[in-house]
Design a protein around this ligand. Structure first.
Ligand SMILES: Cc1cc2nc3c(=O)[nH]c(=O)nc-3n(C[C@H](O)[C@H](O)[C@H](O)COP(=O)(O)OP(=O)(O)OC[C@H]3O[C@@H](n4cnc5c(N)ncnc54)[C@H](O)[C@@H]3O)c2cc1C
Length: 532
């Protein structure tokens, strides 16, 4: 789901200025280690000679029409390069068709039901809502259809991109095959995304399991749903289905959910899950699925005990596998990381200097906005790298998990700071104290800010609460532009808003860093003034 709004004209006019804080002189710093660096692009990794065409059809061929591919080709066409975008399935990729858009649409319907269930908290005796599950799933599709034109072949063709439907194969660093066509190109961007990881779980092949790719097709509501995996995708979908009336069992091998977040950040989420009737099966290791007649059961190990969880449908949400197979990368010897992602240096170049990658197939951060962010670097480096290259700036990466309460983060949290031996100070402002949150009966969560000890420099922020994903934007801006808490405190925030919590967190930091000696002197001054 990529709109024109990703790029302001300034960025396009100022290709070399806006995101290029780091340039050629940083070459070598923080770069990914290359396996078997090629001796030149005239020889493949396997030693075969590669013919470099005398002329090229394209400046850039982009493989994959998801967020990363769309943005890459958009940038290329905006700077008047000749660009082809090859997509084998639906334009818009995961984000539009099976990811962000459908999940947030489903969450919106489920939220309304959850609000109704809390009617008494709002002074209402009862709010009854009746619905057909299939209508909710059709609404999800209608939201996809509404957004689809943003990512469509028509739109991108009008922008000057040659959109080609089909499965691409990289034949050489200069040629890409699609159907019976062979395109010659100066540069290639691999933006082929990722797909749900399916584990080797005994008995899984006996059930019609769901993934984030297929769940959008169901029209019959499961009565009992096992969600295997309590990462962001598992948690968001588990809560949505529980709110719609499905009995959800959220099964997680470890003791916590959303393990990248601090333990205190996920406590309010787990509490809400339990209040809403979800069964949290933590420290449960899935062993096998048994099918006896119509009854399906997930067998788990829990602290040495066997636990049986009967279910109607099971959703596998155990992470995502990069799409790198069957497209010629093995033959060419394009290097992959241990996680199976495409390996690239800081300029997003693979071990072939004219083959770049971006988005989920490469990224450490698997989000639409990071795919878009990387695309700028991949496209600009591919097209203008002979003059100037830009190293991807990963310093300020925000994200959110859209559970209720939401969990949003930018920069380091405590567990990361501790793991990296980074010293920090922290302030926590409890949202239970915030006027707007109280008025809205949404007084759960906190704003936690980590700073460099003794300095007004933000290291990271975690926000848990209603609209945390919106509230974090102020800190994203602050961190990106080196603004500290003093400035946030000195900024007028509208009353009463959730965003005021950011200012109160800054206020707590200020209080903790009050100039005690000066205040002691000032107190003496006031005493003196009262006596004269
Ligand atoms: C349920 C869910 C919810 C999510 N929610 C959010 C969210 O709220 N916010 C957020 O930021 N991110 C979210 N994400 C993540 C986000 O969807 C991805 O990070 C993003 O879509 C990655 O974009 P991409 O272009 O790298 O890959 P994709 O969107 O996967 O696009 C890759 C494209 O390449 C095509 N392709 C692959 N191989 C070939 C080939 N050989 N030839 C031609 N085409 C090929 C595929 O068909 C696909 O269309 C969510 C993901 C899921 C699954």
């Amino acid at each position: 789901m990529v709109g024109i709004y990703f790029f302001c004209p300034d960025e396009l006019n100022d290709l070399f200025g806006s995101q290029g804080e780091k340039s050629q002189k940083d070459k070598g710093k923080n770069q990914t280690r290359r396996k078997n660096p090629p001796h030149g692009i005239n020889v493949s990794q396997h030693g075969a000679r590669i013919e470099k065409p005398n002329k090229f059809d394209y400046n850039l061929v982009v493989i994959g029409g998801g967020s990363a591919g769309l943005v890459s080709s958009y940038i290329a066409s905006a700077v008047k390069a000749r660009v082809a975008l090859i997509e084998e399935d639906k334009m818009g990729g995961d984000c539009l068709n099976t990811g962000c858009v459908p999940s947030k649409s489903l969450i919106a319907s489920a939220r309304l039901l959850a609000q109704a269930a809390r009617a008494k908290e709002f002074g209402l005796q009862k709010a009854e809502i009746s619905f057909e599950f299939s209508d909710i799933m059709e609404r999800v599709q209608s939201k996809i259809s509404q957004i689809e034109p943003h990512d469509s072949v028509d739109r991108y063709t009008a922008l000057g991109v040659d959109c080609i439907q089909g499965r691409a194969r990289v034949l050489s660093p200069f040629t890409v095959g699609v159907g019976d066509q062979v395109l010659t190109t100066r540069n290639i961007i691999l933006a082929t995304g990722a797909k749900p990881m399916v584990p080797e779980l005994k008995g899984l092949d006996q059930v019609d399991f769901l993934t984030s790719d297929t769940i959008w097709d169901i029209r019959e509501q499961p009565k009992r749903l096992v969600v295997l995996g309590a990462g962001p995708i598992g948690c968001e979908l588990a809560q949505a289905f529980q709110r719609l009336g499905t009995q959800v069992f959220l099964v997680q091998r470890g003791m916590g959910i959303m393990k990248k977040e601090d333990a205190d950040a996920v406590v309010p989420v787990m509490e809400r899950f339990r209040q809403e009737g979800m069964t949290l099966c933590l420290d449960h290791t899935a062993k096998e699925i048994q099918v006896r007649g119509d009854e399906k059961t997930l067998i788990c190990d829990h602290k040495g005990q066997t636990v049986e969880i009967p279910f109607d449908r099971i959703l596998i949400a155990l992470g995502r596998t990069p799409n790198t197979k069957g497209m010629g990368l093995e033959d060419l010897g394009v290097s992959l990381t241990e996680n199976g992602q495409i390996e690239a240096n800081g300029f997003l170049q693979t071990n072939y200097p004219n083959i770049y990658c971006c988005g989920d197939v490469h990224g450490k951060y698997q989000f639409t906005h990071t795919a878009a962010h990387e695309s700028w670097y991949a496209a600009v480096n591919a097209l203008f790298g002979r003059f100037k290259k830009f190293q991807v700036d990963y310093r300020v990466i925000p994200w959110a998990t859209y559970t209720d309460p939401e969990v949003a983060r930018v920069g380091s949290n405590e567990q990361e700071a501790k793991a990296g031996n980074i010293e920090y100070e922290k302030v926590i402002y409890g949202i239970d104290d915030l006027d707007r949150a109280i008025a809205d009966s949404e007084n759960t969560g906190f704003v936690k800010v980590l700073t460099v000890p003794g300095r007004d420099v933000i290291l990271g922020v975690t926000i848990v609460g209603h609209h945390a994903s919106e509230m974090i934007a102020e800190f994203v801006l602050a961190m990106k532009h080196g603004i500290g808490l003093n400035k946030i405190l000195g900024t007028i925030h509208i009353y009463p808003t959730m965003a005021e919590a950011n200012k109160y967190a800054a206020g707590l930091w200020k209080k903790a860093h009050a100039p005690e000696k000066l205040l002691a002197w000032v107190e003496k001054f006031h005493t003196w003034m009262r006596n004269h």
